[in-house]
Design a protein around this ligand. Structure first.
Ligand code: DSN
Length: 444
């Protein structure tokens, strides 16, 4: 990685932090499904002088001078995204996924309108109408969930749409392991005249690789982050489909206006360049193979866990993600125990969560980063067995019944986990695996 020679000279605190985080990433197995590892080329774009420039507006229509180069970069990014996702319009300026989704509300709804989205505790996203999100403060949010088997409940979605007649319906999630039924949801949205927006933040790279079906023929709008399976910098994009333009020929212009000036100021030009670089990487046969391997790896990892008797939501996966059931309220215990052996995961709710989002009953694991490190089925079986071993080692740990004692219990457990000799032994094996699969520099 970088030698950070200028930071090293002038800011020892940040220099030390960068070195420590680089070591953590290199020596650990990253299993958070929304994370990935970018190429040095993307890092170079992100670390470039493009960050110095203000460019409010769009190519050839800016509020600042000196944007002739920035215009070219933004056009390259937009054109690459259009070609890759096969859409007629793209906005690459959203700072990330949440602002991208807010822009969709602004472009399609008026405050107080009814919207429908996937419930956060059933795997959905905050911005799809969760009670703590601005999206349910400014809009009337109706939430749909999943069936006990983990699949979307299409009948319930149809019933809710008929009853509430939303203006906008979201499809997309942060913790959903099955293929999204875009066609069925389009039939529901069309039957009530709603806009259908697909938030493909998690699966964008899989869609590009042909490892998940594309929502583009079925929905009006697609939003995505650029840093998950798409393997670009932290950013966002909004696309309008032919179907979207047929419903409202002004939709693209409305999205542009929603991003700037309604929601954001100047675009992050260094990020736009990073997105362009990542989109070029994503247009290669090598990326198609990568996307398919992400899914193959997730299926193998899920199989390895189930073989050891571990319950996972939906008994498998169609994408990059696995939701492991850990027992009521035990997600945090597992997250900490796995952290102690160098596997980074995140605690997560499971369908019909019996505990709470802060002390949930599952962990969410995913394969985008480890697939970027070129790990394959053999390594998935090793990781699956380590997870199962850890679950076994900490099986008697239990959160206190009193909420007030839980934080202290987990802090104490973390200390014990890091000192546990059995966990230390597995940690040594994880380190050895990471050494064998170093962080790659380039994907072309
Ligand atoms: N925070 C993202 C995730 O981890 O899935 C969603 O915004």
């Amino acid at each position: 990685m970088s030698d950070y020679k200028f930071i090293r000279k002038q800011d020892s605190e940040i220099y030390k932090a960068l070195i420590a985080e680089g070591k953590r990433q290199a020596e650990g197995v990253e299993l958070i499904p929304s994370e990935n590892i970018v190429s040095r080329a993307v890092l170079e774009a992100m670390g470039s002088m493009l960050t110095n420039k203000y460019s409010e507006g769009y190519p050839n229509a800016r509020y600042y001078g000196g944007n002739e180069v920035i215009d070219k970069i933004e056009d390259i990014a937009r054109n690459r995204a259009k070609k890759l996702f096969r859409v007629p319009y793209v906005n690459v300026q959203p700072y990330s996924g949440s602002p991208a989704n807010l822009a969709v509300y602004l472009a399609t709804c008026s405050p107080g309108d009814t919207i429908m989205g996937h419930l956060l505790t059933a795997g959905g996203h905050l911005t799809h109408g969760w009670k703590a999100s601005a999206t349910s403060m400014f809009y009337k949010a109706v939430q749909y969930g999943v069936k006990p088997d983990g699949y979307l409940d299409i009948d319930e979605i149809a019933r809710l749409a008929k009853e509430h007649r939303p203006k906008l319906i979201w499809v997309g999630a942060t913790a959903y392991v099955r293929e999204f039924p875009f066609k069925e949801l389009a039939a529901i949205a069309d039957s009530v005249g709603a806009y259908l927006a697909a938030d493909i933040a998690h699966i964008a790279g899989l869609v590009v690789a042909g490892a998940h079906s594309s929502p583009v023929p079925y929905v009006h709008i697609v939003t995505t982050t650029t840093h998950k399976t798409l393997r670009g910098p932290r950013g966002g994009m909004i696309m309008v489909t032919e179907k979207g333009l047929a419903k409202d020929p002004e939709l693209a212009a409305k999205i542009d206006r929603a991003i700037f000036p309604n929601l954001q100021g100047g675009p992050h030009n260094h990020t736009t360049a990073g997105i362009a670089v990542a989109l070029k990487e994503a247009s290669t046969p090598r990326f198609r193979a990568y996307g398919k391997q992400i899914v193959a790896n997730a299926k193998t990892l899920a199989g390895a866990l189930m073989k050891r008797g571990i319950e996972i939501v939906s008994n498998g996966t169609d994408n990059h993600m696995i939701l492991v059931k850990c027992g009521t309220g035990r997600g945090a215990i597992l997250e900490i125990a796995l952290d102690a052996i160098g596997l980074t995961t995140n605690k997560n709710t499971i369908p019909d969560e019996p505990s709470s989002p802060f002390y949930p009953s599952g962990i969410r694991i995913g394969t985008p980063s480890i697939t970027t490190r070129n790990m394959k089925e053999r390594e998935m079986r090793m990781i699956g067995n380590w997870i199962a071993d850890v679950m076994d080692i900490v099986k008697d740990e239990q959160l206190s019944a009193e909420k007030t004692g839980r934080k202290a219990y987990l802090a104490n457990f973390s200390k014990r986990a890091h000192a546990n000799s059995k966990l230390k032994k597995i940690h040594a094996k994880v380190r050895a695996l990471c050494k064998k699969f170093p962080i790659p520099q380039s994907f072309v």
